[in-house]
Design a protein around this ligand. Sequence first.
Ligand code: BGC
Length: 315
Amino acid sequence: MMVSIGIDVGGTGLKAGAVSERGEILSKVSCPTLPERGFEAVVADMARLAVRAAEEAGAAMEEVRSVGIGIPGVHDPARNLVVRCVNLYWKDVPLIDEMHRYLSVPVYVDNDATVAGLAESVAGASRGMHSSVLITLGTGIGSAIIIDGRIYAGAHGCGGEMGHIITHAGGILCSCGHRGCWERYASASGLIRLGQEIAKRNPDGVIARKSGGNPEAIDARMVLDSAKEGDPDAMQAFETYTEELAIGLSSIVVALDPEMIVLGGGVAGAGEFLLQAVRKKIAEYAIFPDMPLPRIELAITGNDAGIIGAAHLGR
Ligand code: BGC
């Protein structure tokens, strides 16, 4: 049985899975990314995960057709280098060569949101759409622009880096080196920061309690769940967060007017609760209120989109 391995490299976690010829996930394994360990250590873990994913799917390494990797940054196939992954602190690193120190199968690399966007446009929410934009809300914000069923990556392969649109001039310092990037405010990390501020201000509050009194343990889910439960502090944070999200999404609508915007990544796990808030705010920002707006939907390949899309890279 031939399989392809897909690896989804996130700022927080590494996930890998073996995917069948028919596109089904046969196994899933994961471990923390811990990017501060440096490039080599992270790649060693990626190679280990690939081997484990094959093993757990009952496939021998000879049955692994290829390993595809979705990275949170930009890859330059001409130089065979990952040019930049700001949230992993990678700059001009030879990812494919490093993987070949451990594995002898073909290795393919592309942007994480690009591969997830492909998965969505082939088998997900935006299937059949002429134009769509997938936005992933994780450690950073990733995006894939799909026009005529194909990814638009710009003239130099580094387009669709929407997370680095500056929505707050002179704002919070981003891992890319600039200030005020959208992803500092509207990614899962942006939501976590709001939750941490609340927990520090109100150490007896719901969010502080959920985190066991340790603000570092706060994740996006804790803030979203507290808001859903009606905690006023968390509801305020959710309001601020969705405002930040809607501001960036509205810029995408102005620039591209796609048929659909698909929301994926960890924060999209909030489901309808998030969708309703975002749809309402986008309508408020519409520049031409009489014209139709893009449909806003949740990614349906969900958290597996990265693995499935990456596994498809070799096909
Ligand atoms: C990177 C993108 C990536 C996104 C999500 C951003 O910081 O610049 O390339 O797609 O994070 O991981």
